[in-house]
Design a protein around this ligand. Structure first.
Ligand SMILES: Nc1ncnc2c1ncn2[C@@H]1O[C@H](COP(=O)(O)OP(=O)(O)OP(=O)(O)O)[C@@H](O)[C@H]1O
Length: 251
């Protein structure tokens, strides 16, 4: 396919009388890394869950790989990788057992599964941890294993919802570097939801959302130009009215 891998078209979602998404529209192209940046409560997770097919929007449409979830849910999921905000590895199983189980869910087995596990763990630099129970790994390494797991099916689109929560600045930067390698080597499109500017400063495009609406979108260079800010952090503070305390820089 040559079209966008993900399209949000006027997506709306309410919880009771609270409108969490008020008509979100944007697209992600092939091999594009898009940062979805917004303060707490902006609607990132809600949008992310809709993109992952966990629930349908109240209004508007979402298309993944040109398909809709209603009719082609399993076709979409076969080509999707998802890293949720909450950790979801089995802590008592080894890294290898976790990856094997997940791979089997995608119909992988035998040598093909073993070679995929070798490939993704090398990519995320956790190959030496395969025999370790997940419980014994640092938070950063557990996150890398989760991302490796999400790549087992060679997804065309990887969705990540605040994957670096709880990680230190150096480990966060390493994750950003890993994702650039994943995109370069596998051509994977990536949607990275975060409230940390530093995680999206190398994205192809940043979509700012606040209070359920897209407020700005553009390449990092375009956003600097439009806002006249000296740094993306300053631009973010300007665009969000300086209300987000989570603006951090890597030392
Ligand atoms: N299940 C729910 N029931 C009621 N309100 C909800 C629910 N989930 C989210 N909300 C509300 O919808 C709004 C958007 O929440 P959402 O979690 O999507 O934002 P977010 O940008 O991901 O925030 P954070 O960065 O804190 O994770 C918030 O006001 C939140 O309180």
């Amino acid at each position: 396919m040559t079209g966008p891998v993900l399209v949000f078209d006027q997506v709306r979602k309410s919880y009771g009388d609270h409108e969490a998404l008020k008509g979100i529209s944007f697209e992600i192209g092939q091999s594009e890394v898009v940062g979805l940046l917004g303060p707490n409560g902006a609607g990132k997770s809600t949008l992310f869950q809709i993109a992952a097919g966990l629930f349908a929007p109240d209004g508007g449409a979402v298309e993944v790989f040109g398909l809709d979830y209603k009719r082609h849910g399993s076709d979409i999921l076969a080509r999707l990788g998802v890293v949720f905000q909450a950790r979801s590895l089995d802590l008592d199983m080894t890294v290898n057992a976790n990856l094997k189980f997940h791979g089997q869910l995608f119909g992988l087995s035998g040598r093909l599964l073993a070679s995929r596990i070798a490939e993704v763990t090398e990519l995320l630099e956790v190959a030496d941890l395969l025999k370790r129970p997940v419980r014994t790994l640092s938070g950063g390494n557990q996150r890398r294993v989760e991302i490796a797991r999400a790549l087992l099916n060679k997804p065309d689109l990887l969705l990540m919802d605040e994957p670096s929560v709880g990680l230190d600045a150096t480990t966060r930067r390493k994750l950003v570097d890993h994702m650039q390698v994943v995109r370069a080597q596998q051509g994977t499109s990536i949607l990275w939801a975060t409230h940390l500017v530093e995680e999206v400063d190398h994205a192809d495009r940043i979509v700012f959302i606040a209070k359920g609406e897209v407020t700005h979108t553009g390449t990092p260079a375009e956003i600097l130009k439009t806002t006249g800010a000296a740094s993306l952090t300053d631009a973010y503070v300007a665009l969000t009215g300086g209300t987000d305390a989570h603006v951090e820089k890597v030392a």
